[in-house]
Design a protein around this ligand. Structure first.
Ligand SMILES: Cc1cc2nc3c(=O)[nH]c(=O)nc-3n(C[C@H](O)[C@H](O)[C@H](O)COP(=O)(O)OP(=O)(O)OC[C@H]3O[C@@H](n4cnc5c(N)ncnc54)[C@H](O)[C@@H]3O)c2cc1C
Ligand code: FES
Length: 521
């Protein structure tokens, strides 16, 4: 988590010379006791709050793209003219201030009041959202944000409602984040927005013929428009002992609490799988002083996603923090006190965490007859094969503009933005979903920011120095940049994301040559 921006720079209520404001470069100051960023775009000068409403990232170190300001940490997007949160992971607007030119100076005035949204072009009689996770929760809020006043039912079966899932494997599991940080919203929030939030309810059936969903409790709820956002669930290995009580997976807050409970008395943990989640769990368990071994069939952790060199760097980081690796190793069985490998070795373990991937929860969609292939198949508007039904998040297999084949990704920001995009489309405000995929992963003091989408066949080149935490890793397919990971170069990550979005290959190459370093969260 970040912290509130401290006041620094000039008092902008007293004004600053316009000549000090370079075009499209955020300028940090303060006004009326709050940190404020000034941005000059052409003849306009905008003033908005300096702290991102996600984890308080420093917006003064972000990137201006058109009339938006992007956060350097996890790429939230804010409207410079209004402070509106245009793109997740920010769900709240930030303050926006009046600005006034007086001669050669600009003065920051009072906060602007929010403008009530106009009614949207379409207003479905009732909207139902199945799955109260990243995509579902973001969709529900987006509907209200765009002025939809009709009934919304958000149905979820995970206590306590929408949670900050990425935190579960990181600070929360490590004991560095309190419980209050985990729910995305306080209990009263949905009531205040007039959203009927059904907690602990499971949708058992979707009937696209008469447009209803049936809950396990038997209740039948009609819809005119429906979003399926049921996410994914961890894979359990089909080996003996995989369901023993000390063998855990991690998806929900309850899962994280369960791991913490076992970790309180456990001394030796084995993490099976060197996935992002597996490795983040390993780091968090080290923070709790457990001996940790990671067992993986891979030769190098994360090699298929990041390439061998970056994978080895991440492995080395974990080794420096005391994690031991058993690579090229396959677990054969688990018993009360050990994990047995296929080669006969036994690794002592009183806690085992399976981090071997997830599978999309598509059974509702399948039973309802929706087209399913590596997830629920959607078009560029995130519409499924059934009229009135959209899908978003980990279950959605969607056409990504710069990829030949439809893709399904498991990223927090993508899920939230797809939820928001589907909501807009329900209201007649849709645009083809074309955001560049982005995710981040944290390993001790190193944060990897990944933009784009590459697979194991991409060529990999490293620019800069991973050891110095100042590097760009470039993944190319057929000579074109398909994805980029940055370490310590947050602004470059934002700039490349924007250039990938424009499909501007020359700009991407120029950015790579310049190696612009940015802030690091
Ligand atoms: C521990 C962990 C750490 C992660 N860290 C990162 C990270 O650092 N960066 C990143 O980009 N991504 C990260 N991710 C991935 C990210 O959290 C997911 O991509 C994202 O949550 C997907 O959102 P979703 O809405 O599709 O699914 P979810 O957030 O899983 O939400 C789906 C919800 O639907 C509910 N549901 C399912 N079926 C039904 C039903 N029939 N009836 C009612 N409710 C139902 C589920 O219980 C769940 O609450 C992490 C994931 C995990 C598990
Ligand atoms: S802190 Fe700004 S996007 Fe996370």
């Amino acid at each position: 988590m970040g912290h509130e921006a401290e006041l620094s720079g000039p008092d902008l209520a007293n004004g600053v010379a316009v000549s000090e404001l370079a075009e499209n470069v955020p300028f940090l100051g303060h006004a009326h006791g709050e940190a404020v960023v000034l941005v000059r775009t052409g003849r306009d000068i905008h003033a908005i709050g300096a702290a991102c409403s996600h984890y308080s990232g420093p917006l003064a170190e972000g990137l201006v793209v058109g009339d938006t300001l992007r956060c350097p940490w996890h790429h939230a997007c804010f409207d410079l003219r209004t402070g509106d949160a245009l793109g997740a992971p920010a769900l709240n607007a930030i303050a926006c201030y009046e600005t006034q030119r007086r001669g050669e100076r600009v003065i920051v005035g009072a906060k602007k009041s929010r403008v009530e949204p106009q009614p949207p072009p379409n207003s479905p009689a009732k909207i139902v959202i199945v799955g109260a996770g990243a995509a579902g929760a973001a969709a529900a809020e987006q509907l209200r944000h765009h002025g939809y006043r009709g009934p919304i039912t958000l149905i979820g079966n995970e206590a306590p409602g929408p949670v900050d899932r990425p935190n579960l494997s990181k600070d929360f599991l490590a004991g560095a984040a309190p419980m209050e940080w985990i729910p995305l919203r306080i209990d009263e929030f949905y009531g205040e927005l007039g959203i009927d939030h059904l907690k602990n309810e499971t949708v058992a059936e979707l009937n696209t013929g008469n447009r209803t969903v049936t809950l396990e409790s038997g209740a039948v709820i009609p819809y005119e428009a429906l979003l399926l956002a049921t996410g994914a669930e961890p894979v359990r290995l089909p080996i003996p002992g995989a369901t023993l009580p000390h063998v855990r997976t991690l998806r929900t807050l309850a899962d994280a609490q369960g791991i913490i409970d076992v970790a309180t008395t456990a001394r030796r943990a084995v993490v099976i799988g060197s996935s992002f989640i597996g490795l983040e769990v390993a780091a968090s368990l080290r923070a709790r002083n457990l001996d940790v071994q990671v067992v993986s069939r891979d030769r190098v952790p994360l090699e298929r996603v990041l390439g061998a060199q970056l994978g080895q760097f991440v492995q080395q980081l974990h080794q420096e923090h005391g994690v031991a690796f058993q690579l090229n190793a396959t677990p054969h069985a688990i018993d009360d006190g050990a994990v047995e490998l296929e080669d006969g070795r036994k690794l002592d373990a009183d806690l085992v965490v399976l981090g071997v991937g997830v599978k999309p929860r598509v059974s509702l969609a399948e039973k309802a007859g929706l087209e399913v292939a590596n997830g629920v198949v959607v078009d560029s508007m995130l519409r499924t094969s059934a009229p009135g039904v959209w899908a978003a998040g980990d279950i959605a297999c969607y056409p990504q503009p710069f990829l030949a084949d439809p893709v399904r990704v498991e990223h927090w920001v993508v899920a939230e933005r797809q939820g928001q995009a589907a909501a807009r489309d329900m209201l007649g405000l849709g645009m083809p979903y074309a955001d560049v995929p982005f995710f981040w992963s944290q390993h001790y003091d190193v944060i990897l920011n990944y933009v784009g989408h590459a697979d194991g066949e991409a060529s990999v080149a490293i620019m800069g120095s991973l050891e110095k935490r100042d590097a760009t890793v470039v993944y190319r397919r057929d000579g074109r940049v398909a994805a980029v990971v940055t370490v310590g170069r947050d602004r470059q990550s934002l700039a490349i994301e924007a250039a990938l979005h424009r499909n501007d290959a020359p700009a991407i190459e120029a950015l790579l040559r310049s190696g612009t370093a940015g802030s690091q969260s």
